[in-house]
Write a protein that binds this ligand. Structure first.
Ligand code: CA
Ligand code: ZN
Length: 299
């Protein structure tokens, strides 16, 4: 069954207190329409960052209740299709991002997106590299603003979360309460300026319940690699958790000693930065699928 959810069904946090906007069964497909991370407030170069309503930042669309899902399960999200609008917004400024100390005031620009290219300026265009910034489920307790990443997913700003990828999210509450938003026409690792090319759009996902998988943090699988994703207050902590999660995943499925696992990961795995600009930083550890398949690790 295929469902559709409009971006009128927005939320600014992931929480078990929110009323689901849709109930689906495991295996159903949902097309989810999303606003951009500024809730579409910046439409032209005349719309300034200074006049933004900061209470309407990082909306996600949802939550979607997936029947038969309970705490301890994982939600398998297959990203079947991402469509984006024809305008994108880039933004940065004083105090924002890694270069925030080198700038004065706030800055934003609206870019055209045409024929799969982002038109950055008169001289520079580059191919779109469309991805999802915010995607997650409700946390165990309380509510987590959509701008903050964590074990529940959220604002992970991980460019591997794109069309064709499969994301596994740990489930903390009955029904999972899934949502997504914050699409980027393009974003580099780090998101150093504090934005990608922010766009509205729609994402078609297949939602499935996976029992007895026992994951503590999100895992993304592309055609080539599988990456454990972790977020923490410091990048150092995020790096440790992501690396440990991969080591534990391998340990669970093989008889290798930690020394062997560590040397294998050190030889063929990549520790990568997703983003360093959100309230918690996000890192990931990527292993080639070919190697994981040799170990009979089938996610
Ligand atoms: Ca984001
Ligand atoms: Zn964004």
């Amino acid at each position: 069954m295929t469902y559709k959810v409009s971006s009128d069904n927005y939320m600014f946090s992931f929480s078990k207190e929110l009323e689901p906007v849709l109930r689906v069964k495991s295996g159903d497909v949902v097309e989810i329409e999303t606003m951009d991370c500024f809730a579409n407030q910046i439409k032209t170069n005349e719309d300034k960052m200074e006049s933004l309503d900061w209470n309407r930042i990082n909306p996600a669309t949802g939550p979607v209740y997936v029947e038969g899902t309970e705490a301890g399960d994982a939600l398998k999200v297959t990203i079947e299709k991402i469509e984006i609008g024809d305008k994108g917004v880039v933004a940065t400024g004083k105090g924002l991002g890694v270069l925030g100390h080198l700038m004065e005031g706030l800055y934003s620009r609206v870019l055209d997106i045409k024929d799969g290219q982002v038109i950055f300026n008169e001289d520079i265009s580059f191919p779109t590299n469309t991805m999802i910034g915010v995607i997650g489920v409700a946390p165990k307790e309380g509510s987590i603003n959509c701008g903050t990443p964590g074990s529940h997913g959220g604002n992970m700003d991980t460019k591997l979360i794109r069309e064709g990828s499969v994301l596994y999210l740990p489930v903390f509450v009955e029904g999972a309460l899934f949502g997504l938003g914050d699409l980027h026409a393009s974003m580099g690792d780090g998101e150093i300026g504090v934005s990608g090319v922010e766009v509205c759009g729609s994402v078609t996902v297949k939602l499935e319940v996976v029992k007895n998988i026992g994951i503590a943090n999100p895992i993304v699988k592309t055609n080539d690699i599988t990456a454990t994703i972790a977020s923490a207050i410091t990048l150092d902590e995020a790096v440790t958790i992501a690396t440990q999660d991969m080591a534990n995943l391998i340990k669970l499925h093989s008889s290798m000693a930690m020394e062997e696992i560590a040397t294998l990961m050190s030889a063929v795995g990549n520790l990568e930065i997703s983003q360093v600009v959100d309230p918690e930083k996000t890192a990931r550890f990527a292993m080639p699928n070919e190697i994981l398949e040799r170990l009979n690790i089938q996610l």
